[in-house]
Design a protein around this ligand. Sequence first.
Ligand code: ADP
Ligand code: MG
Length: 364
Amino acid sequence: MKKKRIALLLACLLVCSGCSDHGIRQTSEQPGVLEAGEKTEENKAAGDEAEPYASRDVFAMDTYMTFTAYGMNAEEAVADAQELILKLDEMLSTGREESEVSILNRNGSGELSEDAFYLLQQSIHMCQKTEGAFNPAVYPLMQAWGFPTKEFRVPEKEVIDKCLSVLDVSQIQSDASDGHVEFQAEGMKVDFGGIAKGYTSSRIVDVFKEHGIESGIINLGGNVQTLGTKVDGSLWRVAIQSPREDMDYLGVLETSDKAVITSGGYERYFEEDGVVYHHILDPSTGYPAENGLISVTIISENGVLADGLSTALYVMGLERAEEFWRQNSGEFEAVFMTDDEELYVTEGILESFSTSYNMHVIER
Ligand code: ADP
Ligand code: MG
């Protein structure tokens, strides 16, 4: 599967110190990904001799996740990170009947614990900020299209219209004092799939920091978060995945302390009668977003923002996305690819992004 291949490839490239911009060298310079449970000491030789490190692979949130911490307490840090991922997955997964989110969706009311409540608030905020391009209440639509169960179908118009009638996030009542949430509209359901991974990676950074880790890299299915720099002080090199099957990545970004998060219709989709339907839905139509973009990458210190905006700007299309960036350019940078394979890059990352494509620069 392309997704798995990319996740592993990125894991390699991320820690690769000798990659050229136009190819990936699968050499012994790469520590690669260690198996869960392996002892840091035994793997020292694969990383920086002076610095212990530990790494884990986890499959959660429907994604291959790899994360590495460098430093004295690396082993404890990645163990705690793994525990955190499993906890968040259990809490947020719409695929688990007993997750907090599933219970809330089933009953139309429920109690959310701190993390889930925070994500609800953030996703409502993101909905307002993006004028509805990001909307956590898309879950009935996701179900209508069959994405959660993989029983894909193109829904009838009446079904779509019904789902569109329960998208108003102002109908979500919540009480921060006890985490109680209530949907005022019958049939309303939420899904944090558009921001959960960005949140998870930023929480892992917190866990790493609590263990005194100053250098680390987290790759949740191609959504990357960097902590500090590499141990030798150089910047992390993050490959941005390509929407094309025959190309491994769009370009490489040199960065530190940033989330680099990509949304693309190619990640999850089905085909019917020769038409491709993907999993990023446009809340204004109820159909998969078709606004001329095939890939959006957001670079930001804020993982939740980066994840939410990667989805939202994909929905907006290039013109609206450019305008949104100009109005909020202190908060993030972006890389866009259009359906005619033109690459657009916001000016703030020009110096740190290298690609074999011809770049169009988006200026303030
Ligand atoms: P991925 O999860 O594949 O990395 P995204 O971050 O773009 O990609 O999130 C897509 C997920 O977000 C979908 O699987 C669905 O759960 C949810 N989603 C789809 N469309 C929207 C939307 N317009 N607003 C908010 N969430 C969405
Ligand atoms: Mg997203």
